[in-house]
Design a protein around this ligand. Structure first.
Ligand code: CTP
Length: 448
């Protein structure tokens, strides 16, 4: 019996796929079809696949061409599969010519003619609805946003606004398709959604104006520095039927999400402590980060990152928080916080101009999770146990600037009319604002 194997995503199954599968089957007596797993596609940078793996497998199965369907999970699996299933021929469409020649060591490799004029990409683009987004604040992060948008389907950056006109002019010259707006009102009127990437203290007013005009909003972290404002904005978003998302990039990163769900499913037992740190040495002391008038300092600037795993794993019902800060030139250059829970004391350390080890350690009754610096760009973590034979390492990819994940979630929320994201719930975001407010009011605060 001659065994043939072929692989693909098979998203929005189309005539090209059917032709290819028929041709593949005709090469032998038994056809195995490998369908890519959702995670594998994401890791390969394919963030826009429409059907999930179950739907794609079902669609291929319904054609009744394949004798066996398997899931493709990892790079290198093709070699394993060829050996495992005793495959004689590996085949794919002619768009891949040469790419899989390395498999010739293991079996015959045949590139079949591809059907012209159709692809999943074309179908996705045809049915894709686009969200027009306006960027408010074209500083360092505003620039990265545009380059990251190209990896997400369904978004078009339409316009930009900044109070710094020369900077805005440069931005729109560098990005020719983006319209330069002379006022925030003009920008809001032109778009479906707004990305707020201005200094912290201006977030509230920009978010509010956009939401009141029924525009969806994604706002850079820290969202606002006051609990009441956070509650008000989320309820205003609800009233106006718009999505409001805090753009905490770690919250949307696939590896971090995987770590959170694994811990919640009990792989290290009951969590008793979360320790997270993050520090930055910035040479240029004239930056916004060092300016007390613009809410500079390590707590406002960096605090939402370590608070994220603490609040996600231990919840928002802490008993109290004590904050210790070193204050220099009216900003906190170093802050240490302890969140007391009924059965736990979690802690974080932040530095701006002071460096400390930036890792994340989650301790549990059966083991602990260790995420080395920079844990907030999670691409690797370890689960460690008393019996070292049980230790496990997990590797992922952090693509580009990492903003594409939050942008993708934002667009997905808008297009699917999903008004909240489990990756960073409104309650968690509001609690972060509440903690920032406590810090501003110097409650339970010790200067060190
Ligand atoms: N294929 C084909 N003819 C087409 C499209 C795809 O023969 N018009 C083949 C590919 O060469 C591959 C298999 O179908 O062997 C599965 O391809 P897949 O990547 O799932 O399909 P595409 O439509 O090419 O998807 P995308 O646009 O996302 O790359």
């Amino acid at each position: 019996m001659k065994k043939v194997i072929t692989y693909g995503t098979y998203d929005l199954l189309h005539e090209g796929h059917v032709n290819l599968l028929k041709r593949a089957k005709a090469l032998g007596d038994y056809l195995i079809v490998g369908v890519t797993n959702d995670n594998f596609d994401r890791e390969r940078g394919k963030l826009n696949v429409k059907n999930n793996v179950l739907e794609r497998v079902e669609a291929v199965k319904a054609l009744n061409i394949a004798d066996q369907i398997i899931i493709e999970d990892y790079v290198g699996q093709k070699i394993d599969d060829i050996q495992k299933y005793g495959v004689d021929i590996f085949t794919v469409g002619s768009d891949w010519v040469g790419h899989f020649d390395y498999l010739k060591e293991f079996c015959d490799v045949v590139y079949l003619p591809r059907t012209e004029g159709i692809s999943s990409t074309m179908l996705r683009e045809k049915e894709q609805k686009f969200v027009k987004v306006g960027v408010v604040g074209v500083g360092r992060i505003g620039k990265r946003f545009v380059s990251e948008c190209q990896y997400v389907s369904g978004i078009e950056v339409e316009a930009a606004f900044d109070t710094d006109q020369p900077r805005l002019k440069k931005y729109t010259e560098d990005n020719k398709k983006i319209k330069r707006c002379t006022s925030i009102e003009e920008l809001i009127s032109m778009v479906d959604a707004v990305y707020v990437a201005t200094p912290h203290l201006t977030h509230y007013a920009y978010c509010k104006s956009a939401i009141q005009q029924k525009k969806h909003v994604i706002c850079e972290t820290p969202f606002v520095l006051n609990e009441e404002q956070a509650i008000e904005l989320y309820s205003l978003a609800k009233e106006n039927n718009v999505v409001l998302l805090e753009a905490n990039k770690t919250a949307h990163c696939p590896a971090f999400n995987h770590l959170m769900v694994m811990i919640k499913s009990g792989v290290i037992g009951k969590v008793v402590d979360v320790e997270a740190s993050l520090s930055k040495l910035l040479e240029d002391k004239t930056l916004r980060e060092f300016d007390p008038e613009q809410a500079g300092g390590s707590m406002y600037e960096l605090g939402s990152y370590p608070l994220l795993p603490i609040l996600k794993l231990m919840g928002t019902n802490y008993s109290n928080i004590t904050i210790y800060s070193r204050i220099e030139n009216d900003i906190d250059t170093y802050t240490k916080g302890i969140l007391h829970y009924p059965n736990a004391a979690c802690s974080f350390k932040l530095g701006l101009g002071i460096k400390t080890e930036g890792n994340l350690i989650i301790s549990g009754t059966k083991g602990y999770a260790y995420v080395p610096a920079p844990w907030w760009k999670t691409d690797y973590f370890e689960l460690r146990y008393e019996d070292q034979n049980m230790n496990k390492k997990f590797f992922y990819k952090w693509d580009g600037e990492g903003l594409r994940y939050e942008i993708q979630e934002f667009i997905s929320c808008i297009l699917n009319e999903r008004y909240s994201s489990a990756r960073l719930s409104q309650k968690e975001s509001i609690t972060m604002a509440k903690i920032m407010e406590q810090f501003t009011k110097r409650e339970n605060f010790v200067e060190i």
